[in-house]
Design a protein around this ligand. Structure first.
Ligand code: ADP
Ligand code: MG
Ligand code: MG
Length: 200
């Protein structure tokens, strides 16, 4: 996990481009079981991070991740902002300056738990946590990046058959079944983008 400033700048640009490309699809997913703004929320968040990429990339990795989390909280809004923000801020606060794979996996585990506490949600509730938990398990098992990306995508697809128990989608009860969760989808997109970059 040795990421230098050039890697961080590249990753921020790639994540921003990926969310921009799928913005409409994410909002269509959110229209089915929420209020239709998830694509716009995520795009606003990634645009804000992109605007600050030079300052962020100049920081040591932990401080950079914490800063990204702060920017995301302030810019995404809605339910997803504090959750993505918590993930990145906890990662940043927990990582040493030059984390090895074990330190990264342990810190990611604690960060995912912090997201769960923040959302008062757990596995099977049909949220972005249904991607974060399996991804964290693959990272802990030292899976290859391509494998982690596949896992994230199938985990997002698996939310389709779940009944939402948290967030706006939970208001729909049984009618939430049959639609992929937008937060799980954005989480899989970002995980895949990061993993494909790390694989190179
Ligand atoms: P909002 O629902 O406020 O419009 P977004 O549309 O940006 O926010 O984000 C919705 C996503 O946030 C959901 O698809 C889900 O993945 C995630 N989410 C919402 N509430 C929770 C929660 N309590 N715990 C975990 N994730 C949640
Ligand atoms: Mg929404
Ligand atoms: Mg909203």
């Amino acid at each position: 996990m040795q990421l230098d400033a050039a890697d961080l700048t590249a990753l921020i640009a790639l994540c921003r481009a990926e969310i921009d490309l799928h913005c409409e699809h994410l909002s269509v997913l959110d229209s089915a079981i929420g209020d239709g703004d998830h694509g716009a929320n995520m795009r606003r968040g990634l645009e804000a991070v992109y605007a600050e990429r030079e300052a962020i990339a100049a920081l040591p990795l932990p401080a950079a991740l914490e800063k990204i989390g702060l920017v995301l909280v302030m810019s995404i809004g809605g339910a997803a902002g504090p959750l993505y923000g918590t993930l990145l801020m906890e990662l940043g606060r927990g990582l040493p300056d030059a984390p090895d794979a074990a330190a990264f996996a342990a810190t990611l585990g604690r960060a995912v738990e912090a997201v769960a506490r923040r959302g008062r949600s757990g596995p099977g509730d049909k949220t972005l946590l249904d991607v974060l938990y399996p991804v964290q398990a693959e990272v802990a098992g030292r899976a290859a990046p391509a494998r982690i990306a596949e896992c994230a995508q199938s985990a997002a697809r698996a939310t389709e058959m779940m009944l939402a128990r948290r967030g706006r989608a939970s208001y729909l009860g049984e009618r939430s079944v049959g639609h992929e969760d937008p937060g799980a989808s954005s989480c899989a997109l970002l995980t895949t983008t990061i993993c494909l970059y790390l694989k190179e």
